[in-house]
Ligand binder design. Sequence first.
Ligand SMILES: Nc1ncnc2c1ncn2[C@@H]1O[C@H](COP(=O)(O)OP(=O)(O)OP(=O)(O)O)[C@@H](O)[C@H]1O
Ligand SMILES: [Mg+2]
Length: 285
Amino acid sequence: MKENKVVDRAISLARDLKDRAPKLFGIATGVDGLDDLFFTVDIKDGKAIKKALGGYPFRAVINLTGMPDTGKSLMAEQFAIKQASLGYPPCFVTVETPAPFLIQGLKMRANAMGVNWEEIEDRIVLIDAASYEILREDLPSLLNTLERAIEEYEIKSVIIDSITGLYEAKEMMARTIVREVFSFLKSQGQTGLLISQKRSSHEAESAEAAGGYAVSHICDVNMVTAKRIIQTQRDEKIFRKPVGSLVRTFRIDGSRMCGHDTDTHILEITELGLVRIGPKITEVE
Ligand SMILES: Nc1ncnc2c1ncn2[C@@H]1O[C@H](COP(=O)(O)OP(=O)(O)OP(=O)(O)O)[C@@H](O)[C@H]1O
Ligand SMILES: [Mg+2]
């Protein structure tokens, strides 16, 4: 018969954990209009005062999910460029696009953001899981590779585009895979940006529809992108775009680590290929 064990190390007093709680501050997202949508709340003279965090919560594992072509990969690239430009090396695990192609995109993004590529190319680490099947199929190999990169290049944040690509054709493994990636990033003290793809048009604008329901329950922060075609006069008024045009939207669905804006915002992609978070939809009305 299996003997049950008591894990003493897992028991602690709240007081003894306080020094181990990560400090709450923001790290720049590289996306205009997004940094101030995360905030903390201080109580002063009995009143709640919001203070913008100035970026993604440090050491959060973030799920960015949405339909195809809504700017998820662009946002991932912008985050990598921004962090590298500030001197904090990111590691980009590319699961869909082979690394040499991703470089093209990163260079364009750097250019559009006014960041000198030569200054950051030694600070962006790529792991090419698109070209090496073992990294997509065998999670321990991917995490070992990532651990090596984190150690060797003093990586501070990890981007995976996309996590969905790690459980293609084995959807029932999604939860286990996401949980292991989450625990790994936590144990390594990393801020993580996991991109996940929408499974269907059901619940198109919610985080739950993505990743076989696995990702959004596990991650600390959920952000959702969506798109729609303007079809009615009402939509024309709300979005100020003619019938037939495409509009993209963005929303923060949840964050366990800090306060956050909850409105749906217009997401614009500029002609230089940069995502920008615009006004809330209600303001456009
Ligand atoms: N320079 C540019 N000018 C205008 N639009 C651009 C530019 N670069 C990219 N786009 C638009 O951004 C979209 C790409 O967004 P992105 O690749 O980030 O999508 P995604 O959400 O990652 O999609 P998927 O789920 O398919 O990976 C393209 O469909 C294109 O319409
Ligand atoms: Mg993409």
